[in-house]
Write a protein that binds this ligand. Structure first.
Ligand code: ZN
Length: 221
């Protein structure tokens, strides 16, 4: 038996113990990342077996572990509150009180109904008061909420609410335009449609301010 298979057999024995713990674990977030990886590895191997895949094939035998690590450390790392970015504010020394737009933030998320990708762009704006945000922090906040099984509507609201809480005011706007692969690659198989969601609050509820934001995201290349 090669070492990878030997390790795999032993993981499965350990997993039986882990799984019995899991049944009594009321709060999955209390699991460590390593415990989550072990549980997902075990179950993903079961999914692959059910599909008739050969886990003894050297191309496939590492897949359950790879997928488990990717889920916990990358694709769904935003489920772990300890990964929430620290957002520091700076004093608005320049007295800049016009709209600030951070557009075309790359979005890679996953639909919670099918676990397939949502790919798109996020546009965020706010109107500074006494404090301003570090620009990259907006991107980091978007990525944190995107790295979860998501629906686009909730993602839009979560980003807006997080920004309001950090800024301590409501002058925030978020627009997301995205392709959902569950619409494009399966089911209705529509590769052209896009989903657009928006959240406008505070001064962005004013039609003139909203129009200026939409003009910025649509027309400046
Ligand atoms: Zn879906």
């Amino acid at each position: 038996m090669n070492s990878e298979l030997y390790i795999r057999e032993n993981i499965e024995i350990d997993m039986n113990e882990t799984m019995s713990n899991t049944l009594t674990c009321e709060n999955p977030s209390e699991l460590s990342d390593n415990e989550k990886i072990n549980i997902i590895e075990y179950h993903f191997a079961q999914i692959m077996r059910a599909l008739g895949l050969d886990l003894y094939d050297d191309s496939l035998c590492g897949t359950p572990k790879r997928v488990a690590k990717m889920f916990v450390n990358e694709m769904f790392c935003g489920l772990n509150p300890s990964n929430k970015p620290e957002i520091s504010l700076f004093e608005n020394k320049y007295g800049y009180t016009k709209m600030l737009v951070e557009k075309d933030i790359t979005l890679y998320s996953n639909c919670e109904h099918h676990f397939v990708p949502i790919i798109g762009k996020v546009h965020v704006a706010y109107i500074p008061e006494k404090q301003v945000l570090g620009l990259s922090k907006i991107n980091r906040l978007v990525q944190y909420y995107a790295k979860r099984p998501q629906v686009q509507e909730r993602l839009t609201i979560q980003i807006a609410e997080a920004l309001k809480e950090i800024l301590q005011h409501d002058n925030v706007a978020v627009v997301i335009e995205a392709d959902h692969l569950c619409v494009a690659s399966r089911g209705i198989k529509d590769t052209n449609s896009k989903t657009i969601t928006s959240c406008f609050s505070g001064q962005f509820e004013n039609e003139i301010v909203k129009k200026e934001f939409l003009f910025q995201i649509n027309n400046i290349k």
